[in-house]
Design a protein around this ligand. Structure first.
Ligand code: GLU
Length: 315
C-alpha cells in the first residue's frame, strides 16, 4: 500500500551508543530517500533511553554526520534541544504502562539480570527471556520473591495471536505471538523503560507513518504492532532494509567500530561515500560520486536487494 504523501512521516531514530557505521548510514539513507521521494516529513528522534549506553557526544556527532551527507530532517532533536529525546520522555512511557496495567496486561518479573538486559537489546542473538514463569507465580511465590528485596521488572502479557503486516520491502509477513513465551519486558528492574515500549509509544505519539530500519529489527515488529494496537493506535508501515555484512558474514556493528563515520570523514567526500552506499543499496550500477538529492528522483525499493549485502574488503 502506498502512503498518502501529505501525511507521510518518517524518522531517524539512532541510539547514541557509538559512532554511526556504514550499516547505519545505509539504513539512514534509505529512510531519508523513502520519505523525500514520497514528499513527506522527516523526524529525528534521539533514542537515548538507556543511560548506561547513551552519550551526548555521539548524539551530536550523529546529527553532524547525517547533515554532512546531506540527510536532513524537518522536525525533531537537534544538538542542545530537549525535544524528541527518549531519555526525557519517561512520563509518556509511564502513562502507557499505566494504561496497559489497567487492562491487566502487566506483571512483575523476578528473573535474572541477564534476562532483564534483553529488554534493552532489541537485536537478535542477545539473551532472550523465554522460560520465565513469573506470569504464573502464586501469591505465595510472589511474596517469597518480594521478601528477598529484589526489584521486579515489568512485563507485558501478550495474547496468542497471529500478527500480519505487509513489509514495504520484504512483502507480506506473519508471525505468531504466544502468550507466556513471547511476553516481553517493558520496564527494567532499574526503572529504565524498554526499547519496545518507548519506540511504540513514540512512533504513535509522533505520528510516524513509515518506519525504515535495518532488517535485524524485523522480528521486533510484531511486538510493536501488537503494543500499538493495545494502546489504541494505528501501527505505521514498516519497511526493513538489508543488513550490511563483512565478507565473513559478520554483521557490521557500531559496538565494534567497523567502518565508522570517523574513518569516512577523514578519507572521503560526502558524494564519494554516497556513491559507495548507492551501489551497495542497488540504487546505482557504479559507485561514482553522487549527491543525496540526486538519488531521490529515481529511488525505488525494487532496486534494493533483499539478501544481506556483503561489504567488499577493499572498500
Ligand atoms: N534506536 C534503534 C537503533 O539504533 C533503532 C530503533 C528503530 O528504528 O526502531 O538500533
Amino acid at each position: 500500500m502506498k502512503s498518502d504523501s501529505t501525511t507521510v512521516r518518517g524518522r531517524f531514530a539512532p541510539s547514541p551508543s557509538g559512532r554511526l557505521h556504514l550499516g547505519n548510514m545505509l539504513s539512514s539513507l534509505l529512510a531519508w530517500l523513502d520519505v523525500r521521494s514520497l514528499g513527506g516529513t522527516m523526524l529525528f528522534r534521539l533514542e537515548d533511553l538507556d543511560p548506561d549506553r547513551s552519550w551526548m557526544r555521539y548524539a551530536e556527532q550523529m546529527a553532524d554526520d547525517l547533515l554532512w551527507l546531506g540527510l536532513d530532517w524537518d522536525e525533531g532533536w537537534r544538538p542542545g534541544s530537549d525535544a524528541f529525546r527518549q531519555g526525557l520522555r519517561a512520563q509518556r512511557y509511564a502513562a502507557a504502562l499505566d494504561t496497559l496495567q489497567q487492562r491487566g496486561r502487566v506483571y512483575d518479573c523476578y528473573c535474572s539480570r541477564a534476562e532483564r538486559l534483553a529488554a534493552s537489546a532489541p537485536h537478535p542473538g542477545e539473551p532472550g527471556d523465554s522460560g520465565c514463569r513469573c506470569r504464573l507465580l502464586s501469591a505465595e511465590e510472589l511474596q517469597t520473591r518480594q521478601r528477598l528485596g529484589r526489584r521486579p521488572a515489568r512485563k507485558l502479557a501478550v495474547d496468542t495471536c497471529e500478527i500480519r503486516w505487509n513489509d514495504g520491502h520484504y512483502g507480506p509477513q506473519r508471525h505468531e505471538l504466544r502468550a507466556g513465551t513471547d511476553d516481553f519486558i517493558i520496564r527494567r528492574s532499574d526503572g529504565v523503560f524498554a526499547y519496545q515500549l518507548a519506540v511504540s509509544v513514540d512512533d504513535m505519539e509522533m505520528g510516524v507513518t513509515r518506519v525504515v530500519r535495518a532488517h535485524d529489527l524485523l522480528d521486533s515488529t510484531p511486538r510493536q504492532i501488537w503494543l500499538i494496537r493495545q494502546l489504541g493506535g494505528l501501527p505505521p508501515e514498516y519497511c526493513h532494509a538489508p543488513l550490511l555484512v563483512a565478507p565473513d558474514g559478520r554483521k557490521l556493528s557500531k559496538r565494534e567500530g567497523d567502518l565508522n563515520m570517523e574513518y569516512f570523514r577523514l578519507h572521503d567526500t560526502p558524494e564519494k561515500l554516497l556513491g559507495i552506499l548507492a551501489k551497495l543499496a542497488g540504487l546505482r550500477d557504479t559507485d561514482a560520486p553522487v549527491s543525496a538529492a540526486e538519488l531521490i528522483e529515481d529511488f525505488s525499493w525494487d532496486k534494493v536487494p533483499k539478501q544481506n549485502v556483503i561489504v567488499p574488503e577493499n572498500l
